[in-house]
Structures are given as C-alpha cells and as structure tokens.
Design a protein around this ligand. Sequence first.
Ligand code: ZN
Length: 225
Amino acid sequence: MKLDYRVVYSHRKTVGLSVERDSSIVVRAPIGMSEDKIRAAVQAKRLWLYTKVNHKQKYPPRAARKEFVTGETLLYLGRNYRLEITSRDELPGVRFHSGFQISRRNQPIAARLLREWYVQRAQEKLPPRVKAFAEALGVTYNRILISDLKVRWGSCTPKNNLNFNWRIMKAPVFVIDYLIVHELAHLIEPNHTPRFWNIVSVQVPRSEEAKAWLRENGGVLEEDF
Ligand SMILES: [Zn+2]
C-alpha cells in the first residue's frame, strides 16, 4: 500500500505527521530535510497513519444532535453556553446573556433562530477584524460574505470576495483570526508555501495552536450546532 502525503517545510527541528479533516496526510518537516528522510519518517509511522486515515473515514467525528432542550450547551467563541427553554413566550428569537434563552413557543424553530443569531454575530464581528488584518497585510478585498457551506470554513473568490462560514463563530477568537488571516494571505500568496505560512504566523502568533484547535474540533464546525 502507498501512502500519499503533502510536505510542509518550516523552521522546525523535528518531523510532525498529521491527518487532516479530509483524511489527507500532512508531513511538517524542517527546511532542507531530504525526501528520503521524510519518506522514512512516514514509513516509520505507517501503521498509525493507516489507522488514523481509515478511522476518520468510518467514524467521522460528530457531535450528538441537539434537541434544543434546557441544559444542552452551545459553543460560541470557544466557550460552551447553556441553553434554557423558557416559558416566557413573549421572548422574541434568541436571547444571549450568560447563556442562550429561547421561548418554549419558539422551540420548534430553535435551529433556524440560532443559525440567524450566529449569522448576525458573524456579520457584526467579522468585518472589523477582517478590515484590521487587511490593513496590516496591505491587501484589499471586495465584499465579505457569510456562507452556509459546510465543506469550508473560509475561502476567497477570484473577485476578491471573502467567504466565511457562520459556524466559525463557534471557535475561539484566535482561531477566527487565523481563519481570517489565512484567507487574506491567499490574496498575496495563492499557495500554501513557506512564504504563505510566514505571512500567517507574523499576523497570528498563535496560528499553530489555531491549526491544532481546528484539527481537534473541525467536526464541531461541520455540525450546525
Ligand atoms: Zn489555504
């Protein structure tokens, strides 16, 4: 059996292997390491990699489906907040204070109301951050679009429109910043070259931590709630 992998070179001392969300293998290697040495490092871990790749396909990480009952928790900016279904039927939509409140009358449409609430938060919180990072990077963009595509967290289009999935509002702020800078950096460098990662890590010092968070919690961002 052959293992396909992608090599990302950076200023590091050791080889790191990871299996991405789409089950592809990424090898993080020190700049200048020979192809033979990289291949050997992959071979040494091949059993672990096969298990990880196949496990992911058979059992995609999925959060339990929400029923929108009192006591369930919802992720917002990296923290879990308690949901309460209240008898206060006059409550319009979603109320968020130190937790989420939805009226019993609105419970059947809770999923829609919450999605609208997250989209609104994205529309309000993302543009100022995108603007600040774009200025820091010296890039210009056309429009910011909040999308509902589950497959991607963010993307940029040929017209320099930036797309962000509303589900990224579930992630901690440093992860959101990483996703914003990732897309903006593509306006300078289209490919994931060492130069690209350099640009990203200068703007987001916690970018490695953000990538690790996404590897661990990517499934959460694929779920609606
Ligand atoms: Zn990218």
